[in-house]
Design a protein around this ligand. Structure first.
Ligand code: AMP
Ligand code: GLY
Length: 423
């Protein structure tokens, strides 16, 4: 079976790496891909939202399965585009339809969904430019810190957490009236602050059945000790030491099952990955957010641990037969560390030559922002590569990744050296 993966980050390289190991994988394509996917698949120079060009590539390469990596094409309705097209309707698409992708595309929609299906989450209300003064009065009734969330997709920058009431009101006005995040902040969700430790839960569903993938913990801040600006993610580990069996049972009963039943009741067609961002408050799980795709860099630790044939799993998503599969999970801990361009997540330079790949032996290097340029591998993004290793615990896995990172070099390379500090 010929397969296309849409996207070009570490997540997509990891998915490609797994699929390429399957005897059931025919020709493998990635659009647009990166220097890592170039080694194991055919990169297609097509934008992730260019559905017309994607269709041409599907037909000319006889592709029967599409895995959608990032949220954007899903929120834009790529799955529906396939279903509506006579020539594409039988292609398996892993990724939810547009109505379901709204769970990531709109924070208000996600909160309403959780409220409707009794899924534990922070108390909230939402406001628009017309109701900005009501929003300020709502803030008066809350305790600091104040959590303000732009409703729409804002490239991970749309959440503000403020200690001071005056600042919170000022930011609320800037978001709603000053359009701080453009269209994404036409609506703002204000919610109760939850104090706890975060973890990521991933579920693969065919719309009827589901498999809960290994849990992961991601490190989002650029600075050591979880300080500084938010990034796409600076590293991840799986499993999560504090996700005990008792805690997992609560996640399953209070969150995963009601979410999947909620999809049916609310008529949200979901075939793909549900990424549930959780926070553990005391001994109880709460949902911070839903994403409608795998996480990055969580994929770089979750996928290596799952030993199943991923072509079979994705086929089962398309034929609604996931109930016939059981996950085989590597019991060891996987850790990944992201190396980023100097300056990221603010301005950074691109086009730096990366060296040392050939010296890495005990770890897997997944490419994120890289491209091939005249036989050299050069940086092309903020997050450049993720180095994944296995160990008996997170300390051993991390130390192998640190060892590997010492062999890799590019000008301005930075990575956090304290991952796992909070465990
Ligand atoms: P989100 O984009 O909704 O995942 O939010 C980004 C980050 O903001 C999360 O990963 C949390 O660290 C933090 N955050 C969001 N909502 C809350 C909340 N209600 N309480 C505490 N922290 C939050
Ligand atoms: N690592 C967080 C995300 O993929 O959104």
């Amino acid at each position: 079976m010929n397969i296309l993966i849409i996207g070009g980050g570490g997540r997509e390289h990891t998915i490609a790496w797994k699929l390429a190991q399957s005897p059931n994988c025919g020709k493998l394509f990635v659009a647009p891909g990166n220097a890592g996917t170039h080694e194991i698949a055919t990169n297609l120079a097509i934008g992730i939202n260019d559905f017309t060009e994607i269709k041409k590539a599907i037909l000319s390469n006889d592709i029967q399965m599409v895995i959608v990596g990032p949220e954007d094409p899903l929120v834009n309705g790529i799955h529906n585009f396939f279903l509506k097209d006579k020539q594409l309707k039988d292609v398996i698409v892993v990724g939810p339809q547009k109505d379901a992708a709204k769970l990531e595309g709109s924070k208000e929609f996600a909160k309403e969904f959780m409220k409707a299906h009794n899924i534990p989450t922070a108390q909230y209300d939402s406001f628009t430019a017309e109701t900005v003064e009501e929003g300020c009065r709502f803030l008066d009734t809350m305790n600091p810190p104040y959590v303000l969330k732009a409703d729409g997709l804002a490239a991970g920058k749309g959440v503000l957490i403020l200690q001071d009431l005056v600042d919170a009101k000022d930011e609320l006005r800037q978001m709603l009236v000053g359009q701080k995040f453009g269209e994404a902040s036409q609506k703002v969700v204000i919610e109760e602050f939850l104090d706890g430790i975060e973890l990521s839960c991933f579920v693969l569903t065919d719309g009827k059945n589901y498999l809960t993938l290994p849990m992961a913990k991601d490190y989002k801040r650029i600075g050591e000790g979880d300080t500084g600006l938010n990034t796409g993610g600076m590293g991840a580990i799986s499993p999560v030491p504090f996700a005990s069996d008792a805690f997992m049972k609560k996640i399953e009963e209070r969150i995963i099952k009601p979410t999947l039943v909620g999809f049916q009741k609310s008529n949200l067609p979901f075939q793909g990955f549900v990424f549930i961002g959780l926070i553990k408050v005391g001994e109880d799980p709460f949902v911070i957010e839903y994403n409608v795709r795998m996480g990055d860099p969580e994929t770089e630790v979750v996928f290596p641990r799952v030993q199943n044939d991923w072509v079979d799993l994705f086929k089962a998503v398309g034929t609604q037969s996931l109930d016939q599969h059981q996950l085989k999970v590597d019991p060891r801990t996987a850790a990944t560390i992201m190396a980023v361009s100097g300056g990221y997540p603010e301005a950074y330079e691109k086009g730096k030559t990366i060296t040392g790949f050939e010296s890495v032996v005990n770890s897997e290097v997944f490419h994120a922002g890289t491209q091939v340029d005249k036989d050299l591998v050069k940086t092309s993004g903020g997050r450049v590569l993720a180095v994944t290793s296995f160990g008996k615990d997170h300390k051993e896995a991390l130390s192998k990744s640190y060892e590997a990172l010492q062999k890799i070099d590019f000008e301005g390379m930075y990575y956090r050296k304290d991952l796992g500090f909070d465990l």
